[in-house]
Design a protein around this ligand. Structure first.
Ligand code: TZP
Ligand code: MG
Length: 300
């Protein structure tokens, strides 16, 4: 049993947001009517594990601490899970998505977002079955499993959370429906970011950072400077950059202020998903290590 569990003591959403993100004015619309405020997630088991950020080998730590109590995951834990974030649906994969995800996890992916959308995507029982298989793979690798914009599916497979965009159901509604599961929201502007935080977001997906061909309705390319701007304007929530990110660009994204990188094609279109993930992970971890050294200032 984990001895450090005080870092994720159960808190109401309002308390959590006030303590961790004081830059956001309180009194938002979420959680105040009592819906979803319960600290009992009514889940059989929660598998939020610790990831060793100092590890530079590209792999996940083997001996993880499994939390068996309920409660909302801390920002610091989420930052670690955002390090290498794979967004994946069956249509993104050149081969069996189960194989792609298994290899990607072996290479160091820390979180998988199941995004089953677009022409040819699975529906109904086939979608549910794939989600269940991917969730099981993620959990046995110590990674998180999050569902894109499908609360029913997330609840049905007992996912760790849900990710929504600006066009999807309102964040406060989703927060109320998912209880203490993780809520990720896509945002670009500081106002979108602040609004998402007020409504209960645990992390934000920021992008597209670079041009992407994986999302037809992607918003305008932002460049890594959008991350710097959000940080400068006081957004301290965990952030993951997305859109056109490759191993060559990963360090630039992290240096600009992201806690990690989210990719589709850099892993799903690679000849070897494991190697592709390992290359990305190594760049992210090195960039995180040098950002934290830089923020500590010069040695005296
Ligand atoms: N949201 C913003 S860009 C994007 C999503 C889902 C697609 C990212 O795909 P890729 O292949 O990593 O550019
Ligand atoms: Mg969406």
């Amino acid at each position: 049993m984990n001895e450090n569990r005080t870092s994720r003591e159960t808190k109401t959403y309002e308390t959590f947001t006030r303590e961790i993100h004081p830059e956001v004015e309180q009194g938002g619309t979420w959680g105040l009517d009592g819906i979803g405020q319960s600290n009992n997630r009514n889940r059989k088991e929660v598998k939020f594990n610790s990831v060793n950020q100092s590890s530079l080998d590209g792999g996940l730590e083997e001996n993880r601490d499994h939390f068996e109590e309920h409660g909302r995951v801390s920002s610091e834990q989420i930052r670690e899970y955002l390090q290498l974030y794979l967004v994946v649906g069956s249509v993104n994969c050149k081969e069996d998505p189960v194989k792609v995800v298994r290899e990607a996890l072996e290479g160091g992916v820390t979180l998988v977002q199941f995004r089953e959308k677009g022409p040819g995507s699975l529906t109904g029982a086939a979608k549910l079955e794939l989600a269940e298989r991917l969730r099981a793979l993620c959990h046995s690798a110590g990674a998180l499993f999050i569902v894109n914009d499908d609360v029913e599916l997330a609840l049905a497979v007992d996912a760790d959370g849900v990710h929504i965009g600006q066009e999807d159901e309102a964040a406060d509604r989703v927060r109320a429906r998912i209880g203490e599961r993780i809520l990720g929201v896509s945002a670009i502007t500081t106002e979108e970011a602040r609004s998402a935080i007020r409504q209960g977001a645990d992390y934000l997906g920021i992008g597209p950072i670079y041009p992407t061909s994986s999302k037809e309705d992607a918003r305008a390319v932002q460049g890594p400077q959008v991350l710097k701007k959000l940080r400068t304007q006081g957004i301290t929530l965990p952030l993951v950059g997305i859109g056109g990110i490759t191993a060559e660009r990963a360090a630039e994204v992290v240096s600009a202020g992201a806690d990690g990188v989210a990719v589709i094609s850099a892993i799903t279109q690679a000849d070897n998903a494991r190697n592709a993930a390992a290359a990305l992970k190594s760049k992210v971890l090195r960039a995180l290590a040098s950002s934290s050294t830089a923020s500590q200032g010069p040695e005296v």
